[in-house]
Design a protein around this ligand. Structure first.
Ligand SMILES: [Zn+2]
Length: 332
C-alpha cells in the first residue's frame, strides 16, 4: 500500500485519536470529493478495528490472525457492502438494495467470532436506495459496543438527513495549495503541468493527478476549442454533439464545458485575464446554459434518453448566444 497523502493521514490520525479516547462514533461518514482517498483511509481504519494486537503507532499490526483474515478478505466480523450482481446475468446493480441492509441488523446482533470489533463498510453510501436507507436507519438506531458502520460517499446530500445526523462525519477537503503542489511534485509531475491541472481540478490533487495521467487536461483544452469553434461558426451542433457523446469521455467533456463557462464568468466578473474562452456578457443566459449542461451530465446515466438531441440543442443555444446582434457588441 502506498503511504497516505498528508490530508488523508490527518483524518486517519483524528479517527485513531478518537478511537484511543473512546470517542469514535459507531457510525462514521467519510465524505469529500472523488479521489481524495476516502476509501483508502476507511480501509486502514477497518484493518485497525479488526486487529487484535494493534501497534504502538495505533495501526493494525499486520501479523495477528485478525490482520491475516482481513488481508485475505475473509474476516468473519467484517462486511463489505457495495454493488452486487443483478439476479440474472453478471452485470452489477446500480444501487445498494434493502436485502443487503436487512442482513446487517441480525449480523451486528451476533457475538463477534474473533472476539473483537464487528465492522461493516458501505461504499458508495449514496447508492443506498430508499428502502435500503430506511433499513440502515434501524441499525443506526441501535448502536452497540464495538460495532462500527462506516459509510463512504462523495455525495452525502443524497443520503437522508436522518442517516447523516446519526453519523460522525470525517470530511476530506482539498489541502492547501502548497501541500497539493508538493504531493504532485513528489509523484513526478512537472511544475509546468501540475499548476494548470490543480486549477482545472479546483485544488483537488487526486483529481489533478488523474487528469495528468489520463489526458484529462488535453480533453479540457479540446472542449474549450470546440466551444470557441462553435461560437464562431466553424463547428456545427449536431456533429459536435455526436462526437462529444461518442466515447466514454462524454461525462467528463460535459463537466469541462460547464466548468469552463463557470471559470469564464468568474474571470469576467473579476475582470481578470481572459480564459481562452470568449463568453457573451449575458450572465443570465450563461447560467441557464450551465444548468442545462449539468442536467445533461446527470441524464447521461439514463440510457433511454436521446442524449444526442438534448446536447445538440444545448450546443445550438451556445452558438446562438454568440450570433445575436445584442451580444456581438459584448464579445470583447
Ligand atoms: Zn493485527
Amino acid at each position: 500500500m502506498s503511504p497516505l497523502a498528508p490530508w488523508q493521514q490527518r483524518i486517519l490520525d483524528a479517527a485513531l485519536a478518537s478511537l484511543a479516547e473512546g470517542r469514535l462514533g459507531h457510525a462514521l461518514l467519510f465524505t469529500g470529493a472523488p479521489r481524495m482517498g476516502k476509501l483508502e483511509v476507511a480501509q486502514v481504519l477497518v484493518r485497525r478495528l479488526l486487529c487484535a494486537t494493534p501497534g504502538a503507532d495505533g495501526l493494525a499490526c499486520g501479523r495477528c490472525r485478525g490482520c491475516e483474515l482481513a488481508a485475505a478478505g475473509t474476516h468473519p466480523d467484517f462486511r463489505n457492502v457495495s454493488f452486487i450482481p443483478v439476479e440474472k446475468g453478471d452485470k452489477l446493480r446500480s444501487e445498494i438494495i434493502v436485502d443487503q441492509m436487512r442482513e446487517l441488523g441480525p449480523w451486528f446482533a451476533l457475538t463477534p467470532q474473533m472476539g473483537g470489533a464487528q465492522v461493516a463498510l458501505i461504499s458508495p453510501a449514496h447508492a443506498l436506495n430508499l428502502n435500503a436507507a430506511n433499513a440502515l436507519l434501524k441499525t443506526l438506531e441501535e448502536p452497540a459496543t464495538n460495532r462500527y458502520l462506516i459509510l463512504v460517499t462523495d455525495r452525502p446530500g443524497r443520503l437522508p438527513a436522518t442517516i447523516r445526523s446519526r453519523c460522525q462525519r470525517l470530511e476530506f477537503r482539498p489541502p492547501a495549495r502548497d501541500e497539493a503542489v508538493a504531493w504532485l511534485r513528489a509523484r513526478g509531475h512537472a511544475d509546468a503541468v501540475l499548476g494548470p491541472a490543480l486549477d482545472a481540478a479546483r485544488g483537488h490533487p487526486g483529481l489533478a493527478e488523474d487528469w495528468l495521467a489520463n489526458g484529462g487536461l488535453a480533453l479540457r483544452r479540446e472542449v474549450q476549442a470546440d466551444l470557441n469553434a462553435l461560437a464562431t461558426g466553424r463547428q456545427s451542433p449536431v456533429p459536435l454533439a455526436q462526437r462529444w457523446l461518442g466515447d466514454e469521455q462524454a461525462e467528463l467533456r460535459l463537466r469541462f464545458a460547464a466548468e469552463l463557462v463557470l471559470d469564464g464568468i468568474s474571470q469576467r466578473l473579476a475582470a481578470g485575464p481572459a480564459s481562452g474562452l470568449t463568453l457573451p456578457a449575458d450572465f443570465q443566459k450563461l447560467s441557464t446554459w450551465f444548468d442545462g449542461v449539468n442536467r445533461a451530465r446527470e441524464q447521461l446515466a439514463v440510457p433511454v434518453l436521446r442524449h444526442d438531441l438534448a446536447l445538440a440543442g444545448l450546443l445550438l443555444e451556445w452558438r446562438s448566444m454568440f450570433s445575436e446582434p445584442a451580444m456581438q457588441g459584448a464579445r470583447r
